[in-house]
Design a protein around this ligand. Structure first.
Ligand SMILES: [Zn+2]
Ligand SMILES: [Zn+2]
Length: 368
């Protein structure tokens, strides 16, 4: 079938929205009609050429939500008509990591996915008979995509699909990091550095975990206001004195849990230093630039601070994304406040530009 898709032709160039060919789903795969897709920094990072593992041409997009249209042979996990959130981090349920409750690092299809192929080593997208590679196993800047069934989370059909899209990456990453990676304890003091979608997700996760105090730190007052709306009890403009201020606010000790959601290694260092002596846990969520290192004075660790990190917030996608969507439907998460713009697929390059200007929280592409 012919589908419209946003193709990364060449690094550093605007995406080209065009018609491409999409083949039918094979064994273990499903054809998904996309209804919405968030525009995430990782798409921009790859499009810019900064990602050392990036490749072109490919169909970008990884924060998708849609409806299963058809399934290939042997598919049992989803059926036509199911509402689904796409997962760049699949959950096969069987591998050594899926069977362990401590992690979401499914290893079943990662090698082929990293190269831009579906698990059988081929692509379903093509153009003039030439294969066109997938991106993050998802390729959701398109009207339709084909994905492995283990990479689709079936969610409530009550949930509007434009609001489901942020759960495919940024929002689940933030919430999950607080709930599943750090496992924030009720009554604790948390500090979140950076209040983009991921940081706001961490604020939400800390609130859902019952944190007593949630301090949000960012350069922009507009994002601090968002943080207060989603549950921050205190906000503070980011600066060189942030660690000192946080310590003074916590009896000289620091926060029980800190979260870093900017990707800046100097801020990561602040998050480690602001974690409480004796048991403070600093969790890294932001993605640092190629070759950058995080500096930590070892004495901080000897005296009891710990450092952690996770990808996709440690969320086991097929099991836990539907649970997070239920919490949104129950009124515990305000997704509408996080979706700052809704645009058509043709406006994907404008959405990238808005992200570079740090405008709004999340742009969601809506497909008719
Ligand atoms: Zn993302
Ligand atoms: Zn697995």
């Amino acid at each position: 079938m012919k589908v419209r898709a946003a193709v990364l032709e060449e690094f550093g160039r605007p995406l080209a929205v065009q018609e491409v060919e999409l083949a039918e789903p094979r064994a273990g795969e499903a054809l998904v009609r996309l209804a919405a897709c968030g525009v995430c920094h990782t798409d921009l990072y790859t499009a810019s050429g900064a990602d050392p593992t990036g490749y072109a041409p490919c169909v970008l997009g990884h924060e998708g939500a849609g409806v299963v249209e058809r399934v290939g042979e042997g598919v049992t996990l989803v059926r036509p008509g199911d509402h689904v959130v796409t997962l760049f981090a699949p959950e096969c349920g069987k591998c050594v990591h899926c069977r362990n409750p401590r992690t979401n690092r499914c290893v079943s299809i990662r090698d082929q996915q990293g190269l831009g192929f579906l698990p059988d080593g081929t692509t379903r997208f093509s153009r003039d008979g030439e294969p066109l590679r997938h991106f993050m196993g998802t390729s959701t800047f398109a009207e339709y995509t084909v994905m492995p069934e283990i990479a689709l989370a079936k969610v409530s059909s009550e949930a509007p699909l434009a609001g489901c899209a942020p759960f495919a990456c940024g929002l689940s990453t933030g919430i999950g990091t607080a709930l599943y990676t750090a496992r924030v304890e009720p009554g604790s003091t948390c500090a979140v550095f950076g209040c983009g979608l991921v940081g706001l997700g961490a604020v939400i996760g800390c609130r859902l975990a019952g944190a007593g105090r949630i301090v949000a730190i960012d350069l922009a007052e507009s994002r601090l206001a968002q943080a207060r709306h989603h549950g921050a009890t205190d906000t503070r403009p980011a600066g060189a004195d942030t660690v000192e201020w946080l310590r003074s606010e916590t009896g000289g000790f620091g926060a029980d849990y800190t979260f870093e959601a900017t990707g800046n290694v100097a801020v990561m260092r602040q998050a480690v230093e602001a974690a409480r002596e004796a048991w403070g846990l600093a969790t890294m969520i932001g993605v640092a630039g190629k070759g950058e290192l995080l500096e930590i004075v070892p004495r901080l660790l000897i005296t009891g601070r710990r450092v952690a990190g996770s990808s996709f917030g440690g969320v086991k996608g097929r099991t836990q994304v539907p649970q997070l969507v239920e919490r949104w439907l129950a009124g515990e998460i305000d997704v509408d406040a996080l979706v700052s713009a809704r645009v058509p697929l043709a406006a994907v390059n404008e959405a990238f530009a808005a992200m570079e200007r740090q405008e709004g929280i999340r742009t969601v592409i809506e497909l008719p």
